[in-house]
Design a protein around this ligand. Structure first.
Ligand SMILES: [Zn+2]
Length: 86
């Protein structure tokens, strides 16, 4: 809130807008595509989202998530955003 020159209080309207992120979709760390299970892991190829949510441990490392499989203890990185395709 601030006063205009005439003394009328006005509410400042924030006009900040998110940067355009249409081509920077946050990647899902539970996406089975980049998973790196050990060959003998019984969850290799597991794609059920509810199962993966229980199975995988996701640790936010800043620029990427570190994902660990609770069964085979393998881990892999999932970048928050896909590489730029410029
Ligand atoms: Zn596994």
């Amino acid at each position: 809130m601030f006063l205009t020159p005439s003394g009328t209080p006005r509410v400042r309207v924030e006009t900040y807008r998110e940067p355009v992120t249409a081509d920077r979709v946050r990647q899902d760390p539970l996406d089975p595509a980049p998973s790196r299970h050990l060959a003998q892991c019984e969850f290799v190829g597991e794609s059920d989202a509810a199962m993966l949510r229980v199975l995988l441990k996701v640790i936010d490392k800043g620029d990427y998530d570190w994902v660990e499989c609770g069964a085979c203890e393998a881990g892999w990185q999932v970048a928050h955003y896909a590489e730029s395709v410029l």
